[in-house]
Design a protein around this ligand. Structure first.
Ligand code: LLP
Length: 411
């Protein structure tokens, strides 16, 4: 987002005009930002064979997926529905990995039928996979490295108590299954968590994976998962991609030599690619002067962006209807849901009037995908700005969408 003569723009699109054209609340994504992030990651690892597998749970809009595909990114899905959207967006089955976690075996079969690569995270499913497919279908396994990572416990997945992955201590059981069913394990995967604060976590993960991988002779891929940290406000720490690229590339090359084969290194970022590209634009419905504070009540809430409520996540807020130079006041920004859905607390913002538009930043990842129809409210429209053009990529819902699958009982 840039400011041009007091007007807030993405590329050459004026955000207030977008609100007039498409209404609010509105999710807007900057395609150029996504491209920049893809290139940053590619450049950091350009010395080795690295593939980006976009963790599309962060943002599954089919046009965002199409853009990823155009940018040479591949994709990680976690349900047959995400797989179907990825296929419709133009990904070929070989570009898709299904990272299943505690799913029914039917889902795994459904994805095998589409020739998508499967990543399995428990011994029971691996046994079923062996029984059904033997060595005829290649498979990845997700291990749990027993490493603490992630910005908070809710989004940490690599530690000892986590439900995810096959514990590294269970390697003998995996090797037994390989022997029993002649399984063709082509990749080892792990994902430590989201918002990983310390780049060293990836270095530690690498050590665990490299050691673990030596017992698996058919490998083609090592998948280090996602979780790169993005900045939520100015001065916030973020993953130093250049430094990480240098460290991991060096140890990966060393490992490949030792292993005796050139493997592919995969990452599965979600937030890193899309978080900063997205803005949730919402209107100030009410300026509420309480005795102790002033509230700005927006026409959005936890139904559209649950991250503040669910993880106490910080999202920067900008009043795009007012000049950044205008006089400021302290506000709490709250939602319109009948729950305490604080969006941003104690923020100094330009003095606001009812009707002003606020831009909530870092809304590109886990924004719309975690949105709901709570309070029977419509989910927002979405717009993607690409090469200076605004594209409506999801229409605003209507009452019909909410009623669609409901059945009025015939008493
Ligand atoms: N790979 C796997 C297997 C994952 O489970 C995830 C995220 C990712 C990759 C991508 O992680 P990322 O690069 O986006 O951090 N809703 C939470 C984040 C949950 C992440 C779930 N798994 C939030 O809004 O912070």
């Amino acid at each position: 987002m840039i400011v041009r003569e007091d007007r807030y723009c993405i590329q050459n699109q004026d955000l207030l005009e977008l609100c007039q054209n498409y209404g609010t609340p509105l999710y807007v994504y900057d395609g150029a930002k996504i491209e920049e992030k893809v290139n940053t990651l590619k450049n950091a690892f350009k010395g080795i064979k690295m593939k980006i597998k976009y963790a599309c749970k962060a943002n599954t809009n089919i046009s965002v997926l199409k853009l990823m595909n155009k940018l040479g990114v591949e994709i990680d899905v976690v349900s047959p529905q995400e797989m179907a959207i990825a296929l419709k967006a133009g990904f070929s089955p070989e570009q898709i990995t299904y990272t299943s976690s505690g799913v029914s075996f039917d889902e795994i079969e459904e994805c095998v039928t589409e020739n998508v690569l499967i990543n399995i995270d428990n011994l029971s499913s691996l046994e079923k996979f062996g029984q059904k497919y033997g060595n005829s279908v290649p498979v990845l396994i997700r291990i749990r490295p027993n490493i603490e990572g992630g910005g908070n416990l809710k989004i940490s997945t690599g530690h000892k108590e986590s439900k995810f992955g096959i514990a590294i201590e269970q390697k003998p059981a995996i090797l037994d299954l390989i022997k029993k069913y002649d399984l063709n394990i082509v990749g080892i995967h792990q994902h430590t968590g989201s918002d990983i604060k310390d780049g060293k976590t990836f270095v530690n993960v690498a050590k665990v994976i490299f050691e673990f991988a030596m017992d698996f002779p058919n490998l083609k891929y090592l998948d280090f998962g996602g979780g790169f940290k993005v900045a939520y406000k100015e001065g916030d720490i973020e993953t130093d991609m250049k430094d990480l690229g240098e460290k991991i590339s060096a140890s990966f090359s060393e490992f490949c030599q030792k292993y005796g084969k050139d493997l592919e290194l995969w990452f599965e970022p979600g937030k890193f690619l899309v978080s900063e590209s997205g803005y949730l634009l919402a209107q100030v419905n009410v300026v509420k002067e309480n005795p102790t504070k002033t509230l700005l009540g927006l026409n959005t809430g936890l139904n559209h962006l649950i991250r503040p409520m669910m993880y106490d996540a910080f999202h920067d807020v900008v009043n795009i209807s007012k000049s950044a130079e205008s006089s400021k006041k302290m506000y709490d920004v709250v939602g319109y849901i009948c729950e305490t859905d604080d969006i941003a607390k104690e923020r100094e913002l330009p003095e606001a009037s009812e009707g002003d538009i606020l831009a909530i930043k870092n809304a590109g990842a886990y924004g719309f995908t975690m949105a709901s129809n709570y309070n029977a409210r419509f989910r927002p429209a979405e717009v993607l700005i690409y090469e200076n053009k605004a594209h409506l990529i999801r229409k605003r819902e209507t009452l019909q969408d909410i009623l669609n699958n409901q059945v009025l009982v015939d008493f």
